[in-house]
Design a binder for this molecule. Sequence first.
Ligand SMILES: NC(=O)N[C@@H](CC(=O)O)C(=O)O
Length: 420
Amino acid sequence: MAYLLKGVSILGAAPTDLAIVDGVISDKAPDDAQVIDATGLVALPGLVDVHTHLREPGREDAETVETGSRAAALGGYTAVCSMANTSPVADTAGVVEQVWRLGREAGLVDVQPIGAVTIGLAGKQLAELGAMADSAANVRIFSDDGFCVADPRLMRRALEYVKAFDGVIAQHAEEPRLTEGAQMHEGEVSTRLGLTGWPAVAEEAIIARDVLLAEHVGSRLHVCHVSTAGSVEVLRQAKARGVRVTAEVTPHHLLLTDELAAGYDPVFKVNPPLRTRNDVEALRQALLDGVIDVVATDHAPHAVQDKECEWSYARPGMLGLETALPIVLSVFGEKWDLIADRMSIAPARIAGLTGHGGDLSAGTPANITLVDPSARWVVDPAELASRSRNTPYAGMNLPGRIVATFLRGEATVLDGKAVK
Ligand SMILES: NC(=O)N[C@@H](CC(=O)O)C(=O)O
């Protein structure tokens, strides 16, 4: 199938026509191309998420590779990196290949498995990083996300190991001794509510340690879901020194604050926790400055029984894939070059996903997101494609509708609906 996007604006530029032929972007469309009136629509390189929880294998009641892939496509994504905290954990070549194969079968986005750093995410012994790298899944990002690789010697070894194949360790930065029993951000609100706090320094201390380790080893570190103003300063200094560190921020940390915990609605419980207005402002500025490289969703679907319960029993995590671009648009406005870089180009580079994060020039793979920036919509959890319902944005009126998504020239979303 060939397509002709008529009158489309590429990253906000003057309207033009964009043709998709045989999976690549082309100067000219054949006569039988399906014409899409793209007047008022903006084309972006397909979005890439470096941090998605797909829950398969193990918690298919919360999400599967297929339902998560569909949610991703509807959110404008053409590739997602799936986190290793599944059951069994993605700590062997067998499990990462299983996830990779399920992604291919679903065929809605490229699913790039992330491998665990340590066996069972237990933080005791390195997993078989090399075997996962050499597998069909071609793993390049390793993470114990959900848990911090707290042991500095293991962290050093992991950084040394992946250096051989230009891999990267994605750290969930949380000093566990400082967050025992933590329920929310430690600050004025936690004091008022009487909930045990998760202090900012628990994140900042690990990032500070890890940038020094990465510098010492000369290896690549990626910091997951940065949430505090202090973390931004540590990263700023490390980058200025030339440390090979990249970092992500989630849409929810760019918008929401710890005040939301006051209603004790566990939909706002997340790890790291929602922080203060001051942190939100610092994270926004860091994304603009490039101190934070990418927006990553940390899409964390949870089954109803794991979320709709007392705050202290609820699992941390929020849905993100179907709302990420609208949230970023609502925070930053139509800064298309920024959005393309932080949500597609830079994440594709970090994950080593060639073919994604392109410049939409002729001859490049047709991984494209088509957005209507003027369309507003109200988030209805029941309408989301994710198998779970734990969106913190229910009832919010957001700008930006994903009209179409193309994966190597195949439409996965058309007219705002999933094609399969
Ligand atoms: N980000 C979250 O709040 N949850 C993550 C794991 C984690 O980081 O705790 C999940 O897998 O649910």
